[in-house]
Design a protein around this ligand. Structure first.
Ligand SMILES: O=C(O)c1ccccc1N[C@@H]1O[C@H](COP(=O)(O)O)[C@@H](O)[C@H]1O
Length: 214
């Protein structure tokens, strides 16, 4: 029987990506506003993509240490349901963003060792959701989207008071194991459903969602 696992497909750049993710059964679609990402979208292009998203599928904007000017322009141009903060935003900044924009916030925490776990507990007090990703390797050009998994044993059996997503190096081949090992009820993927950096593959998206929910 299919499991009730919610999937976020992140870094969509074309209308065909939106259709593929929606048709596959994704619950969240991520639009990436980090300029150094191969998945970067400008605001007008994102606004065009967002209008094709049906009700019930959440449109999530991924930003990295964005200031109010950027978030003002983003939220004024693109219809959004959630903000994903993927930088070094503090709990105070998370609260300020929630209050200024009135949108639920997903706060990302990068994990490499057990020393990274207390930050998850801290953000669980303020964020609406957590996203547990691999910490980027030293010298990485971006804080996520690196197709890198972390040691899932670090969070096996851990629970937080808010919903959370597992991310980092997930693929159609390993997502079921990631869910089984961590107990995640939600998963997030960017690179693992692409044929080249920034180019989503409809079959891989369908395979990923099926494998997550199998
Ligand atoms: O995808 C990116 O390019 C990116 C850039 C900057 C911050 C976050 C980014 N992606 C997020 O990271 C997760 C994991 O990526 P991957 O599946 O390991 O490639 C992705 O789902 C996005 O939420």
């Amino acid at each position: 029987m299919p499991q009730d696992i919610r999937v976020k497909i992140c870094g969509l750049t074309r209308p065909s990506d939106v259709s593929a993710a929606v048709d596959a059964g994704a619950s969240y679609l991520g639009f990436n506003f980090f300029p150094r990402s191969p998945r970067y979208l400008d605001f007008p292009d994102a606004a065009v993509l967002a209008v094709d998203v049906p009700d019930g599928v959440a449109k999530v904007a991924l930003t990295v240490d964005a200031d109010d000017d950027l978030l003002d322009a983003l939220t004024g141009t693109v219809p959004l349901d959630m903000l994903q903060l993927h930088g070094s935003e503090t709990p105070e900044r998370v609260l300020a963003v929630k209050s200024r924009y009135g949108l639920p916030v997903i706060k990302v925490v990068g994990v490499a060792t057990k020393d990274d776990l207390p930050l998850l507990d801290l953000h669980a007090r303020v964020a609406d959701q957590l996203l547990v990703d691999a910490k980027p390797p030293p010298g990485a050009d971006r804080p996520g989207g690196n197709a890198l998994a972390f040691d899932w044993n670090l969070i096996a059996g851990r629970r937080w008071s808010v919903p959370w997503m597992l991310a980092g190096g997930l693929t159609p081949e390993n997502v079921a194991e990631g869910i089984a090992r961590t107990g995640a009820k939600q998963v997030d993927v960017a690179s693992g459903v692409e044929s080249a950096p920034g180019v989503k593959d409809a079959q891989m998206i369908a395979d990923f969602v099926s494998a997550a929910q199998a």
